[in-house]
Unconditional design. Structure first.
Lengths: 192, 426
């Protein structure tokens, strides 16, 4: 009986104030939509220095947010914002974005670099950056169609030591030239 | 005399409310309403997002967005245009065609002149539109009664440029025409007003322009507030490092009157200050349509809302988002409006489907430029506690005090703009 009355009140909009007390905690969509002002609707970014979150792996987003939260990963607003969420909320947002369709970007990339990057990716990175970077092993981020300026900024942070490279990545990256790394990023940016 | 349908409607529209047409209570219904309709008033940072997200979440709800202009110019980044860093307003301008094409939002270009909350009808310059729920995102209007002499003609001499568009262009033109050695005067109203750090960013951008182009000139900032209201430490450091002798900041100087003929502003009748260019940012309140609908709270300025649904506490069925609403700890910013719109949209969809409401979670992220290559930011996460919107404790805050992130934040800010305007227009 109580439920019925409440259903009626909600449906008609009557007594919305009393219903307020019974609102459910923020859902994954409620939490994630707030991010879209900077990361694009459903996590598909239109800004070349902000990463797309759409189709990113759940584990990668969780790992990134926790590193922003504890200060391990450099960021500007992200460190401050990540502190505003519980681990459970971070997991909910990570799940939300992982379920979105890959945001395919059309970027101007250098065809020769893309070709070189494709072969470097296969022999060096493909074990973790699976399917040409469309998927990631464990918490390895999805790279496909990610914005080139964003990836270049992250690579610069890795090389300067501001951002800590995972051991397995470091083994592969250390012997590579700057040109090799640039070619790799052009390749990932080109993947549709 | 015979009338075709169009002329007849024109006549009715022109005569609505006048005594000459006793048979007709109001102008004709512009578009007959189906089962479920939300009307959104305002096509800015809040309105576009509310309209789009309702459609994204429930295609069975018809959404009509009414906006007086056929385009929208962003206030965020308009200070960069005034400072000569952006050459035109095109990067800040959006149109609505893709909201219609991609999401089926019905966009009506018209002026909303009245709201009848009992009948659930809005009257526009083109006819009436019925609704089941109404979302108002009207932005701000000015409390001109608190700024003596500041009428429409005065605004052409002493632009506010606090609504982006022709006023922004006018202020830049005046600044460009000012002689070297001239003084620009800017007035800031008591908080709360639209965009807390906006006036200080504007002072920075004007100073950037003067330093490069008219180095003998200065800007006098008359702030009604006792101190800088947002990112204070960062602005002070930025001004000291870049604009010493150019920005003359005077706190606790409340301008209450202007004399456009003399190009002076008066501080509470005690002191007058003259400028070659005068930028008056008047005190503000919720957009007039929200005031007329009786939605403002005890302060008579801002609309009180339920923090979960953004439904007015004064009128059932009307939701208010963006600068016009009092959203607790959330500042009157473009990003806040974007975030509030999504909360409002989700809970309107729940209300119209008899589903459970969801507590709000929101974000504000706001960048201010200090120079053409350096920006500072404030960011926070918001939630509801004890019926109020609060910033989540131990999170959020401003950029590092040493400006170590200022160059990278100037780069991020550009992507902020690209993303938020793309969200609003696609």
């Amino acid at each position: 009986m109580m439920m019925k009355w409440r259903g009626w009140a909600l449906a008609t909009g009557a007594l919305a104030v009393s219903a307020m007390a019974q609102a459910a905690p923020p859902s994954a969509a409620m939490l994630s939509n707030a991010c879209a002002g900077c990361h694009g609707t459903n996590g598909g970014s239109a800004g070349p220095t902000m990463p797309s979150l759409a189709s990113q792996s759940k584990e990668a987003i969780e790992a990134a947010m926790k590193k922003f939260k504890n200060g391990e990963r450099p960021g500007s607003v992200m460190g401050r914002l990540a502190k505003g969420y519980s681990d459970a909320e971070i997991t909910a947002m990570a799940e939300f974005f992982s379920k979105q369709k890959l945001h395919v970007t059309s970027q101007s990339v250098d065809a020769a670099k893309v070709k070189k990057g494709a072969s470097l990716q296969e022999s060096n990175c493909g074990r973790c950056h699976i399917e040409d970077g469309r998927e990631g092993k464990d918490d390895t981020p999805v790279m496909a169609s990610q914005w080139l300026p964003y990836m270049q900024m992250q690579m610069a942070d890795y090389l300067s030591g501001k951002r800590k490279m995972p051991e397995k990545m470091k083994e592969k990256v250390d012997p590579m030239s700057k040109e090799d790394l640039d070619a790799l990023l052009h390749f990932y940016a080109s993947v549709k | 005399m015979t009338l075709d349908r169009r002329s007849f409607l024109k006549l009715v529209g022109a005569g609505a409310g006048a005594a000459g047409l006793p048979m007709i209570g109001r102008a004709a219904e512009l578009m007959p309403k189906g089962a479920k309709r939300v009307v959104v008033v305002g096509g800015g940072y809040g309105g576009t997002i509310a309209a789009k997200y309702i459609r994204m979440m429930d295609k069975s709800i018809e959404v009509v967005m009414i906006e007086r202009n056929d385009h929208f110019v962003s206030c965020p980044f308009s200070n960069l245009y005034i400072g000569g860093i952006l050459k035109d307003l095109n990067p800040l301008t959006i149109k609505y065609d893709k909201l219609a094409a991609n999401h089926g939002v019905k966009v009506v270009q018209a002026e909303v002149t009245a709201i009848d909350p009992a009948a659930k009808v809005v009257t526009t310059s083109k006819g009436t539109v019925s609704y089941d729920r109404l979302v108002l995102s009207p932005g701000v209007d000015f409390r001109l009664e608190e700024m003596k002499g500041y009428d429409a003609a005065a605004m052409e001499k002493m632009p506010h440029a606090w609504k982006a568009g022709p006023q922004t262009v006018l202020l830049r033109k005046q600044l460009e025409a000012m002689k070297d050695g001239g003084t620009m005067v800017m007035t800031i109203p008591l908080s709360p007003y639209r965009c807390p750090p906006g006036p200080y960013e504007r002072a920075s951008m004007v100073a950037h322009y003067l330093k490069a182009n008219k180095p003998k000139s200065k800007i006098v900032v008359l702030d009604a507030n006792p101190d800088i209201t947002s990112k204070g430490g960062l602005f002070k450091k930025g001004w000291k490092d870049n604009y010493e002798g150019i920005i003359d900041y005077r706190p606790a100087k409340k301008v209450t009157e202007v004399e456009p003929g003399k190009m002076t502003v008066l501080i509470e009748g005690l002191e007058d200050v003259k400028g070659d260019v005068v930028n008056v940012i008047p005190p503000q309140r919720a957009g007039q349509i929200a005031v007329a609908a009786g939605l403002v709270g005890d302060d008579k300025n801002w609309c009180t809302v339920n923090p979960t649904t953004f439904e007015s506490t004064k009128q059932a069925g009307i939701h208010v988002i963006g600068d016009a609403s009092n959203a607790g700890a959330m500042p009157k910013s473009g990003y806040s409006a974007n975030s509030e719109a999504k909360v409002c949209a989700m809970n309107i969809v729940a209300l119209m489907n008899g589903k459970e409401l969801t507590e709000m979670s929101g974000i504000n992220t706001c960048y201010s430029y200090i120079t053409d290559k350096e920006a500072v930011s404030v960011a926070a996460v918001y939630k509801v506690a004890d019926g109020k919107i609060i910033a989540v404790p131990n999170s959020g805050g401003v950029s590092p005090a040493d400006f170590s992130a200022a160059k990278i934040e100037a780069v991020y800010a550009e992507s902020w703009l690209r993303n938020i305007l793309t969200e609003m227009s696609t």
